[in-house]
Design a protein around this ligand. Structure first.
Ligand SMILES: Cc1cc2nc3c(=O)[nH]c(=O)nc-3n(C[C@H](O)[C@H](O)[C@H](O)COP(=O)(O)O)c2cc1C
Length: 216
């Protein structure tokens, strides 16, 4: 039995293409693996708190030295990290905002990329950073207003979503990441319909493929 963590970063509701596609992904996953647990975190509507000076001081103090106030400052972040560590599969719905990820998702990542919890740091080691999460895979559904941001596409050089997420997730050990793109929201009509159809087909292929491949 696996745990799937569904992260929706769009503040839009029914008009959000990433929410719709992530929802379809999760429905197909549930049908194929009814024993799995699905946790839904709605970053678009309830973003995690931004970091504060107290948070940073606490996170960079070793656990045995933390005061009760420091532990309190990290409570939300600890809960998010615990949830992530217990997760086998992540599914993220990510609107492209100004060529990058939305601030709500960045706030989440700032809370879960944690020294001593999701990566280790040893300044004396030849390789100072060690990822502390292993065996997870992620699926990222990216929604864009234009199209052609995927690797090899005409706007790939303007895509700071995929390179950034590959770096940040890879830093903590999540290297097995699949991206699905749905574009053309700004154009609507046939172009949008075609984009959604392609993304939908890819979601179906991925859930069918992973149904067999995930052996937890
Ligand atoms: C604030 C804002 C910034 C955006 N920036 C971009 C952008 O840089 N490139 C792009 O192609 N589309 C951009 N868009 C369009 C969204 O990526 C597009 O509407 C996408 O479908 C949003 O995801 P959603 O449908 O899940 O809400 C932007 C939209 C908003 C609201």
């Amino acid at each position: 039995m696996a745990q799937l963590l569904q992260l929706d970063a769009s503040p839009r509701e029914s008009r959000s293409h990433t929410r719709t596609l992530v929802g379809e992904f999760v429905d197909q996953w549930r049908d194929a693996r009814p024993g799995d647990t699905v946790i839904h975190r709605d970053l678009g509507h309830q973003p995690p708190p931004h970091l504060t000076e107290d948070w940073i001081a606490a996170a960079f103090t070793t656990p045995d030295q933390r005061t009760p106030a420091m532990r309190a400052a990290l409570a939300d972040s600890d809960a998010l990290v615990d949830e992530l560590l217990a997760t086998d599969v992540l599914v993220l719905g990510v609107p492209m905002y100004n060529f990058g990820i939305p601030a709500m998702l960045k706030a989440y990542l700032d809370n879960i990329v944690r020294v001593g919890r999701t990566f280790a740091f040893d300044p004396t080691a030849a390789a100072p950073y060690t990822p502390l999460t292993a065996g997870k895979r992620a699926f990222v559904i990216v929604g864009t207003g234009d199209a052609g941001y995927e690797p090899g596409g005409p706007l790939a050089h303007m895509n700071h979503v995929e390179p950034y997420l590959r770096t940040a997730l890879g830093f903590i050990g999540i290297d097995d990441v699949e991206f699905v793109y749905t574009g053309n929201d700004e154009f609507g009509g046939e172009r949008l319909r075609h984009s959604l159809e392609s993304a939908r087909a890819r979601v179906a292929a991925l859930t069918a493929e992973r149904e067999v491949a995930v052996a937890v």
